[in-house]
Design a protein around this ligand. Structure first.
Ligand code: OXD
Ligand code: MN
Length: 612
């Protein structure tokens, strides 16, 4: 094998058009596809590809009268989700990856990838997908190029990013681009050179999703699903971008982005980090239940934030589409998402109705009769299994969202007024608290946690921390990320956005939800805005500033007094236990924990000691 055809050596800079052409040639020489196609991102190209996939059985065209220009894909049963234990950060040293990442020696990984990718695309077409993360040419935007042998990935990347000619035009002699190589790992030619038939969802039992932070490279092998295959999303926009952001002084975060307009007509921009499966898409498309408020969507999963020329923190959604979890999405929980996916959508692993539409648990109370489940088998409620896979997804362009904010693709991003952190906490964490200052805000982000289900039903159990909701998505040491946030705060100074922590998931001792959630969460945003406008005071508590009850708009909720009290109280004993857990979390990172945060924990313990 020539040097050109091996994964590139550390230190290589991926810059300019000529290097791009050489790289594409090199990967083609390694993977040996039948053809190489540079995608232009046009509708005609997507239509041709989809038509071909329908005729070879890898996509099902949905009934155009019910779900125009939409398709259903069914994945292999062994390829249904992101794979954290097969996701690797191959930084030069294990310390740089930190104790929460799977580290692999970069040379050993390069050796393995070279073997796996050799001939991996035989009999297939290799597609070249130039893409822009963020508005093309925008101040915070970056470009990447994905090579893939999966036409499903091509169609999805076209919805999820600004893909094709517009992005390629951005790559001139000097532009740095992020290289991302993807193969489903199932060549259509066997070891003896004979053609083998394709399957509807090609994949390989061996799966590797590898990141090389120093060279900003992504290599993904063996999976066609979501974050494993749409490399612009978690691989680039979070794992690689977080390293670029660390080196260049900005932030790449697992955050939704909304524009919030108050009854007074004032607009605010809020970025919010929640762990996976905590309702970010619902929050991003919230239909406020209080009159006069408006929530508009800029992004539902990832935000890139950078200090602007005016000194304020500005943010973009680097993506151009949504890859949302379908089950649980319905007209009562998220009407805007339902309207978004009314057409031009690729559904994966949902159920099929007899009239050629889709269905999933939570779309309606009663499932339609005659469903075909996500595996392609006839299904009825008596089947005892879900009709749609719990991680079934919709992939759709942001432009289809009826509540998309007008400034969602502003090239300079939007100024951030407030940062919100949240987790799924049955106990301990109040409905909302405000951080006293930026460092306290970093402490809140660093200590985001969820309780395990079993624990959620009983007394406070072991916490699963997900600092900054970035546990599976950070490309370097988590404690270094906290230090980076502190540095960003120093630079922002008085112009830093205020930081809040919310918890929609608190339960009473008998297990009932204390807070209605969904559109009523606007009541919490209302209080946050009142704080930004200096309209209300707050109560100091050991864990942050709490609302006065009379400042929360609870009209019409008819919450029992005891529930409201519980939503806003600090249980000192529970928090002392939580401090022990936080200390255990910090201990995992040793000396790398910023001293400021260790001191904040110490102070928190001290304050709790004298708190009744
Ligand atoms: C996602 C996730 O798919 O966070 O967005 O897992
Ligand atoms: Mn996510």
């Amino acid at each position: 094998m020539s040097a050109l055809s091996a994964p590139v050596a550390p230190g290589m800079v991926f810059q300019g058009r000529e290097a791009l052409e050489d790289w594409v040639d090199g990967i083609a020489a390694l993977t040996r596809p039948d053809a190489v196609v540079w995608c232009d991102g046009s509708e005609a190209e997507a239509e041709l590809l989809a038509t071909r996939m329908v005729s070879d059985g890898s996509l099902i065209r949905l009934n155009p009268a019910l779900r125009p220009n939409s398709y259903l894909a069914r994945s292999d049963e062994g390829d249904v989700a992101r794979l954290e234990d097969r996701t690797f950060i191959c930084s030069r040293t294990a310390e740089d990856a930190g104790p929460t990442n799977n580290w692999r020696d970069p040379d050993a990984m390069r050796f393995e990838l070279t073997e796996r990718f050799a001939g991996a695309m035989r009999g297939r077409t290799m597609y070249v997908l130039p893409f822009s993360m963020g508005p093309v040419g925008g101040a915070i935007s970056r470009v990447g190029v994905q090579l893939t042998d999966s036409p499903y990935a091509v169609l999805s990347m076209r919805l999820m990013t600004r893909m094709g000619e517009v992005a390629l035009a951005e790559i001139d002699g000097f532009t740095q681009w992020v290289p991302a190589v993807h193969s489903v790992g199932m060549p259509l030619v066997d070891g003896d050179g004979n053609r083998v038939p394709d399957v509807a969802w090609p994949s390989n039992p061996v799966k590797i999703i590898a990141h090389f932070p120093e060279t900003r490279e992504i290599w993904s092998y063996g999976s066609g699903y979501g974050g494993n295959a749409l490399l612009a999303k978690k691989c680039f926009a979070l794992r690689i971008a977080s390293v670029m952001a660390r080196d260049e002084g900005w932030l790449a975060e697992h955050m939704l982005l909304i524009k919030l307009t108050s009854p007074a007509g004032r607009a605010y921009h809020v970025a919010a980090a929640f762990p996976s499966a905590c309702g970010k898409t619902n929050f991003a498309m919230m239909r406020p239940k209080r009159p006069g408020w408006r929530v508009e969507t800029l992004g539902d999963d990832i935000a890139w934030l950078r200090q602007g020329p005016d000194g304020r923190l500005r943010a973009i959604n680097p993506e151009a589409g949504f890859f949302g979890v379908a089950p649980g999405t319905g007209v009562s929980t998220n009407p805007a998402a339902m309207a978004t996916v009314a057409g031009d959508t690729i559904f994966t692993n949902v159920a099929l109705t007899p009239d050629g539409d889709v269905w999933w648990e939570g779309m309606s109370k009663t499932p339609p009769e005659g469903l075909i489940d996500w595996r392609g088998e006839p299904w009825s409620p008596a089947s005892g299994t879900p009709a749609a896979h719990p991680n079934a997804r919709f992939t759709v362009a942001a432009e289809r969202c009826p509540v998309l904010a007008d400034d969602w693709d502003s090239p300079d991003g939007v100024p951030i007024d407030a940062i919100v952190f949240g987790g799924r906490r049955a106990h301990n964490v109040p409905l909302v608290t405000e951080a006293a200052d930026w460092a306290d805000g970093v402490f809140l982000g660093a200590t985001i946690a969820s309780e395990q289900t079993a624990a959620a039903e009983g007394p406070v159990g072991e916490l699963r921390f997900d600092p900054f909701a970035m546990l599976p998505f950070l490309g370097y040491d988590m404690a270094d990320h906290w230090a980076h946030w502190l540095r960003i705060g120093e630079r922002l100074g008085a112009k830093a956005p205020r930081v809040f922590r919310v918890n929609w998931f608190r339960k009473g001792d008998d297990g009932h939800w204390l807070w209605p959630g969904f559109g009523d969460n606007i009541r919490v945003l209302d209080w946050i805005v009142a704080r930004l406008e200096h309209e209300v005071d707050a109560v100091a508590s050991p864990i942050g500033l709490l609302p006065y009850r009379h400042d929360l708009d609870l009209a019409g909720l008819e919450l029992p007094d005891a529930d409201v009290r519980e939503l806003l109280t600090v249980d000192a004993a529970g928090w002392r236990h939580e401090c022990d857990e936080i200390a255990r979390l910090f201990a995992r990172f040793g000396d790398r924990v910023p001293r400021v945060l260790a001191r904040r924990l110490h102070q928190l313990r001290w304050r709790l000691g004298s708190y009744a």
